[in-house]
Design a protein around this ligand. Sequence first.
Ligand code: ACO
Length: 359
Amino acid sequence: MEPPKLSTPEYSPGLADVPAAESAVSFIDGKRARLEYRGISTETLARESSFEETTWLLLKGELPTQKELADFDEQLRQHRKLPYRMVELLKSLPPDGHPMEALQASVAALGMFFPSRNVTDSASNWEAVLRLVASLPTLVAAFHRLRKGEEAINPRSDLDHAANFYYMLFEREPSPAIRKVLDACLILHAEHTMNASTFAARVTGSTLASPYSVICAAIGTLSGPLHGGANEEVLEMLDKIGPASNARAWLEQAVAKKAKIMGFGHRVYKVKDPRATVLQELAENVFAETSRPALYELAVELERVAAGILGPKGIYPNVDFYSGIVYQVAGHPARPVHADLRDRPRLRLAGALAGAAPE
Ligand code: ACO
């Protein structure tokens, strides 16, 4: 008898249009600029929820009761602190190394301090979730300060997640508008169906690797300039363009050379990314306290001229187009902290802070 013929699935470069899993966690409609977490639009969450409440929603599938939220918030606050030897480890990393690599290394190390290798143990998984969500900002802030030769700042348990993160970076509390925009950034980057870093996380998780290894894989994937790294590239690009009056000529030239315009385009959104819209709105609130930075004026002008040039191809600003500017205005330096640091650190960390992975 002849063996049955196996049909070979068609090769699809970049896995385009190949669904790898269905997400019950979030939903995207790339034509209607809609992103929902568990059925709730992210615009609503960014404006009205908090990082803590949204995280619970993502993890548990529904909004918490007041008591659940209070308990969860308290547990997160208790998991912020790093073991002393973790700080020593961060001190030993090269100060001019990229912060995403520092984050990847330190999350792997955290998994050694708090082993969580039996992934069939739900209590151990929950403990790892709490530690990862709560202590990633502590790791980021500690590396940021240590590489500048400053002391790491201990987390404060009287501040919420976003305000405490800001405090650990700058040793001062944020203004209400900056706290709000930072909180919204964390919400907007918390989940995005099956993007590249989530895909990497799921592949790693499918081998029953520990939650810390899963997040390490996601952080590595997120660090690339075509994913979470794009906001750094946007700032560099805006710097090169110069004044807003150069935007059209610069863009026409770049498009003629078939260059990728950073912060534009998206695998799923063929209209403006809804996260970019809400970020821009919250950024305007921050600018009301300071002033509209020239970089922002330029970005708005670039978006305007790009609508006529790239818009017809369905290429519009994505979340990273404005996020770098927002972080910079919120006080996160986008440039080397030492004269001899050549890379542009930090910005891509924001997405990783949610423990999940943006696209
Ligand atoms: N600038 C100019 N042209 C673009 C851009 C862009 N940013 N994005 C896509 N295109 C063009 C491509 O050149 C290509 O044109 P062609 O058909 O004439 O060859 C066409 O659009 C399709 O390009 P792909 O890269 O296949 O499009 P895809 O939708 O898969 O890419 C991606 C999505 C990778 C995000 C892309 O738009 C890109 O590289 N953007 C710049 C980097 C960026 O901003 N990344 C952040 C994404 S959001 C995030 O990860 C947090």
